[in-house]
Write a protein that binds this ligand. Sequence first.
Ligand SMILES: Cc1ncc(COP(=O)(O)O)c(C=O)c1O
Length: 372
Amino acid sequence: MLRLTMPLFDGEELEEVRRVLETGYLTQGPCAGRMEEAVRGMVGTAHAFAMSSATTALHLSLVALGIGPGDEVLVPDFTFPATANVVVQQGATPVLVDVRPDTYALDPDALAARVTPRTRAVIPVHPFGLSAEMDPILAFARARGLAVIEDAACALGAGYRGAPCGALGDLGCFSFHPRKSVTTGEGGMITTDRDDLAARIRLLRSHGGVRGDYYLVFEDAGFNYRMSDLQAAVGVAQMRKLPAILARKRALALRYTELLQNVPGVTPPIEPEGCLHTFQTYVVALDDALDRDAIIAALRERDIETTLGTYALHAQPFFQRAYGYAPGDLPISYRLFRQTLALPLFAQMTAGEQERVAAALAACLAMGGVTR
Ligand SMILES: Cc1ncc(COP(=O)(O)O)c(C=O)c1O
């Protein structure tokens, strides 16, 4: 089976892990510090905090901002549920906002209709590694005193108008899940320029404890959201490969677009002027007449793994039950949930494998049984 993605490892990860094992220090320590430096150097913020996942990064960002019961947070509907789940976990309400049909990102023009006096923050997602339209989102947020948390889970290395994703809002949250360009198994990172938020995150990431001369003093009821040094060991080796991985994935993505440009029924992803797409995931949109799930099944029969782009949150049972949404309430996101298809893309993929995917997709579309 040609997999959707495969991490790129060589002896460097093993060597870094071996060194950490030899120190005997396995929780968060100097290696996590090196991982933070690597990400901070790339994103350019004053602070970077190594976390156990992007989900805990997003959750701690909300906690640091003091968001809680009674508050509302604007969240794009077309995203992995973690973006909104963390809002629920804080006792606040995620208010779902529709996305743009061409970029799949939060539609800035849809924000005004969803804001209320209770709105405290907005979490723009950079879908699949393409920056959301940050200038109008930031202008909207600043005019109303809302905080901006970038869900940059897929966007390490992405840019918007010359600035790195993760440095555009008040806080940026990254993921090192194995589907991302570089991985620590599970892992995440918070980036921020704000010293006040950094102080809260430093305290709350590790139990709320402050180191005294001989032991900790607990100033707050915190979490254990730390990335371990074992995970960071994998990460520092991965970060050295990141520029090469991103360059290779970009070349493959552009080639996919060439191969698929004239395949009827398929719309390749776009990269608007001023945006640097990481192509964390290569996601195409299929015409409405096509049955996306039948195409996933047909490609599986050809030994090719594909999947949906991502979820329309309002159409998931929890969000329907909790907030009364019905499928189709956010129509663009709902269409993308049903019609987008993620194709295999990873740095080690060969040109031959890629041509096989493009040809198999075209063949599936041409055969019967894949229309609704
Ligand atoms: C947009 C988005 N946000 C958050 C997450 C959660 O990341 P993690 O698995 O590191 O918690 C993901 C994971 O795929 C994601 O795609």
